[in-house]
Design a protein around this ligand. Sequence first.
Ligand SMILES: Nc1ncnc2c1ncn2[C@@H]1O[C@H](COP(=O)(O)OP(=O)(O)O)[C@@H](O)[C@H]1O
Ligand SMILES: [Mg+2]
Length: 345
Amino acid sequence: MADETRDTRDEEYQDEAPEDVEEAPTDDDRTDDWDDWRARATEDDRPQGREDDSGYEEPAPELGRLNRDYVIPGVSSEDSNPYRWHTGEKRDHGGEDAIEVIDLVKQFGRTRILNGLNLGLPDNQISMVLGPSGTGKSVLIKHIVGLLYPDAGDVLVHGESVPNMTDDELFEMRKKFGLLFQDGALFGSMNVFDNTAFPLRQHTDKSEDEIGEIVNRRLREVGLAEATQKMPNELSGGMRKRAGFARALVLDPAIVMFDEPDSGLDPVRTALLCELIREIHEENGGCYLVISHDLGTARRIADFLAVLWKGRIVESGPSDELFGSDNEFVAQFLNAETEGPLAMD
Ligand SMILES: Nc1ncnc2c1ncn2[C@@H]1O[C@H](COP(=O)(O)OP(=O)(O)O)[C@@H](O)[C@H]1O
Ligand SMILES: [Mg+2]
């Protein structure tokens, strides 16, 4: 049944997508947003410089026009080509993509956070998405696990389209994921052991003995063997993160995502957490995605890097290549230079 709906939707979309946007329909044809855009795209008020600047194409035109129907944080209304640094270059990582994000668009009110984001995250590597604060890194993660629904575009996890999943499929798919949020997101009323056991009790029919075995092993790995009976409010920030990490691992996830695991930690504890993430990844493999704006963390753990800015990936690739990139924005951002395209605004 779900398949039928999907097919129809695809067909409709293809029918509507015009090959040639120059042909303006008559007023009678303006039955929906797409036609409306198609008509407006032929008017003379497009952003100046659109013809001569290469590389600036607006995706998802059915959603409107930059600086008229929506704004992008960090993009001024005078900027005719906000994507001049976005080569979108995808340097080869030599493996398979576990996650693919295709032309992803997400807007809240008039603010468009993601504006045609393209990204492939390799399996069996630690990837990092780096970007200035508020650029939509957490919003991106939420699309990958299906907590947010895209306005346009697609997200594939192991080749399967997340936005097209039914609730049951989504529930199944989420078992592949371990998620670690900023503060560990522990349940305040449960001790460390019960917090860590929670996904196993929720998602499996393992016996309490089996659960105990897994939970104790994971808590040992993250260095919390002595803290199993502690309540979250008795833990330090670093311990809470490690407990969250243990909990993220109990279902042996194929994909683990960390949202700013380094936030609020001092440099030494950040380094220790990075080491732990590396060790656990070496042992378990899988696709790890670490979101951060910390360059030290990137240098320490990332095999693969992507830089997010103005709703799109500027460039992505193996981290040693990205750290040596001659893209001016990437070079500025990854070397924390004060001179360059990224200004204080
Ligand atoms: N559910 C939401 N509703 C409205 N705005 C949101 C929502 N989620 C995120 N935003 C906005 O999107 C922007 C990017 O957020 P976020 O992804 O958290 O940034 P970051 O890159 O720092 O993780 C922020 O300005 C935030 O206010
Ligand atoms: Mg965030």
